[in-house]
Ligand binder design. Structure first.
Ligand code: HEC
Ligand code: HEC
Length: 399
């Protein structure tokens, strides 16, 4: 009996991220087991590609090219992976991850010269911060050629009130058009993405979803709109990022593992401690009560997220049913920071919280969405009278 109790205690002992971190870096069997355990629907295209190919991806050469941020006139330099990072030291990995978020190439942009890239910033909705341009970097390739690449920060950082909010999806970045124009492609798939969306999850590129807000990533049970990846621990996230970068570079190189892990730690570090402010005014408090009654069953405080829900409860579209990525469920996004987002729902159909609660969005002729047409999913709160809707909106604005 005593033995059983003891075993239970050991199993429940908190596992620090550091343990995951070291094992992710050092232990191939652990990585494989984590990958398998994190894939919720092993038969969809996303999971099959990873299960079939990860053994090969493990063997790819690690790539850490010299890079410089666009606007930085200095020499291009590879990210410095020091001995502490290699040993799995959390602080060293976090510092590396922060640099990598802005500097590690996520994908090269064929046909775009560095001099043209700066000019492209405004046309394609990239942010600017002093001399920096939208997370674009110039990359020195083997053989001396230079290419432009986008980084995590191109899609997952956005300008608000004159500053760059790291983690927030850039709803203005029209990456499909940038890539198509640079390569002189007339690709209807890329043109159909529109600003703030891309398909980074399927091999067909036919299923664009909005750039998510990465700030609350630490709190969500599952990654990606279809809840395709269970986020069991830090290693699940590192693997999600590692495999993204492998596919982003045509499956010929992989990121150094310290970089994938550092990025995961950095993404987790963006998590807000809680709502932006306490619901204090009478209208915010009435809104809070409404929220508790109608919304908290799925968006449960304090992180305002929860386990995935069956697609039928929210709305069923082609992405919900996708053989590439579907799981039969939608992931419940955390609402922490939702007041900053300008592309709401998985496809970014709506731009404002007021629109989410507006019953007119069900009409065929609705025009207040990001593209014209009815938005019929997620019918919660649509029956509220105007004053109650205003209360609920006031509460959402505190998050
Ligand atoms: C081309 C734009 C783009 C780039 C570059 C990009 N992402 Fe993403 N990211 C997306 C999109 C779109 C999704 C949503 C995928 C889905 O739900 O299927 C996503 C999802 C994620 C998620 C899951 C978040 C969630 O809430 O489900 C994480 C974590 C993430 N990205 C991290 C990164 C990191 C780290 C980098 C840099 C290595 C990066 N991304 C580069 C567009 C991008
Ligand atoms: C049955 C579960 C459920 C209930 C109840 C629910 N939601 Fe949601 N909510 C979701 C899911 C799932 C999504 C993601 C839908 C998507 O990605 O298209 C979502 C998305 C949202 C979004 C968009 C967030 C974003 O980042 O795109 C907002 C805002 C939101 N819900 C607010 C509310 C409010 C307010 C209520 C109560 C009136 C509510 N929800 C009730 C499950 C629920």
């Amino acid at each position: 009996m005593k033995v059983v109790v003891l075993a239970g205690l050991i199993a429940c002992a908190p596992r620090g991220p550091r343990d995951d971190a070291r094992r992710y870096l050092a232990d191939a069997e652990f990585r494989r087991a984590e990958l398998v355990a994190s894939l919720v629907a092993p038969d969809n295209g996303y999971s099959r590609a990873r299960l079939e190919r990860y053994a090969r991806w493990e063997q790819l050469p690690a790539w850490n090219p010299p890079v410089a941020e666009l606007g930085d006139r200095g020499d291009a330099r590879a990210l410095d992976i020091d001995a502490s990072a290699r040993a799995g030291d959390r602080d060293a990995l976090l510092a590396l991850g922060e640099k990598a978020f802005f500097r590690y190439p996520a994908q090269l942009i064929a046909g775009l010269a560095p001099d043209d890239a700066a000019r492209a910033a405004d046309r394609y909705g990239l942010w600017r911060d002093g001399a920096r341009v939208g997370g674009l970097v110039r990359v020195e390739l083997l053989g001396g050629a230079t290419a432009v690449a986008y980084t995590c920060a191109s899609c997952h950082a956005a300008a608000r009130d004159g500053r760059v909010v790291v983690g927030l999806g850039n709803d203005r970045f029209d990456i499909g058009r940038l890539v198509a124009d640079a390569a002189h492609l007339h690709d209807p798939l890329l043109a159909a993405w529109g600003p703030g969306r891309a398909d980074v999850s399927t091999l067909t590129a036919a299923e664009p979803v909005r750039f998510p807000d990465l700030r609350p990533t630490r709190y969500v049970s599952h990654l990606q709109v279809n809840a395709t990846v269970a986020q069991r621990d830090l290693a699940s996230l590192a693997l999600r990022i590692e495999t993204l970068l492998v596919t982003g570079h045509g499956e010929v190189v992989r990121p150094p593992r310290e970089i994938a892990l550092g990025l995961a730690l950095y993404v987790w570090s963006l998590a807000p401690a809680g709502p932006a402010r306490v619901a204090a005014t009478p209208t915010e408090q009435r809104g809070r009560a409404l929220f508790d009654a109608r919304c908290a069953g799925c968006h449960a405080p304090p992180s305002f997220t929860g386990p995935p829900v069956a697609i039928e409860r929210i709305g069923v579209d082609a992405i919900a049913r996708s053989r590439e990525r579907g799981t039969g469920t939608w992931r419940v996004p955390s609402l922490l920071g939702v007041r900053d987002r300008r592309a709401l729902f998985h496809d970014g159909a709506l731009a404002t919280l007021a629109a989410v609660l507006d019953p007119r969005r069900l009409d065929v002729g609705y025009t207040d969405g990001r593209v014209p047409g009815a938005v019929v999913e997620h019918r919660f709160g649509l029956d509220l009278p105007d004053d109650a809707r205003a209360d609920l909106l006031a509460f959402l604005d505190t998050l």
